[in-house]
Design a protein around this ligand. Structure first.
Ligand SMILES: [Zn+2]
Length: 69
């Protein structure tokens, strides 16, 4: 399992989010921003429409670099 903060994932708070896989982290983060940061969720959705891979390309290396707990 790995833990990253909302901020590291492109959000705006220090809440720690944990997941066992990248795919799980994407869904955990998506749920978190929809609950807590509707404005970030909207920005991510717009970014996704323009370039569906942009967020993953920017964020996946941070996931890969995060230590396994
Ligand atoms: Zn957050």
């Amino acid at each position: 399992m790995k833990t990253m903060t909302c901020k590291e994932l492109g959000g705006k708070c220090e809440q720690k989010l944990s997941a066992d896989s990248w795919d799980e982290m994407v869904s955990v983060m998506t749920k978190h921003v929809m609950d807590k940061h509707p404005d970030v969720a909207q920005k991510m959705e717009e970014m996704h429409k323009q370039d569906p891979r942009k967020w993953s390309e920017e964020t996946r290396p941070k996931w890969d670099a995060a230590p396994e707990l």
